[in-house]
Design a protein around this ligand. Structure first.
Ligand SMILES: [Zn+2]
Length: 121
C-alpha cells in the first residue's frame, strides 16, 4: 500500500473535516483531533465509480440516513485534493474532475462507524 498523500482529521462533535499535506496539530470543538487511519472498504460498502475522460461520477446505493451516511468524498492526487460535502438524505452523486498529477485515490467518510475509507480508482 502506498503512503497516503494527505492526512484527514474529522471532528467527532461537529463533523468538521480538515486535510493537511503533513502531520500537524488540529483542534476542533475544544478537542485535539487524531489523524484518521483509512481502511479499504469491504465490497458491500464500496462506492460506485464511473470514469469518463477526466471526470469521475461517484455514486452509492446505500441509504444516506442520519445515523449512517457518507459525509464527504475526496479525490486526492499528487498535487491537489477536492472534497465534496454530503448530508443525510442527500444521494451520493458526485462529479469529480481528475486534472492533477499522479494517481488518483478516492477517500470517503462514513458517520455510522466513523471510518475513513480509501478506495482505489
Ligand atoms: Zn468540531
Amino acid at each position: 500500500m502506498t503512503r497516503d498523500k494527505v492526512l484527514f482529521h474529522v471532528c467527532p462533535q461537529c463533523g468538521n473535516v480538515m486535510v493537511s499535506w503533513s502531520k500537524c496539530e488540529v483542534e476542533c470543538c475544544k478537542e485535539r483531533l487524531e489523524v484518521q487511519d483509512p481502511v479499504e472498504p469491504k465490497p458491500d460498502c464500496r462506492l460506485d465509480i464511473e470514469q469518463a475522460e477526466d471526470e469521475l461520477l461517484v455514486t452509492s446505493t446505500l441509504p444516506q440516513t442520519k445515523e449512517d451516511h457518507v459525509s464527504f468524498v475526496a479525490l486526492v492526487q499528487d498535487d491537489r485534493w477536492e472534497i465534496v460535502r454530503l448530508y443525510p438524505e442527500w444521494d451520493v452523486n458526485v462529479y469529480l474532475k481528475k486534472r492533477g498529477r499522479g494517481k488518483a485515490m478516492l477517500y470517503f467518510f462514513r458517520t455510522g462507524n466513523r471510518r475513513l475509507f480509501r478506495q482505489q480508482i
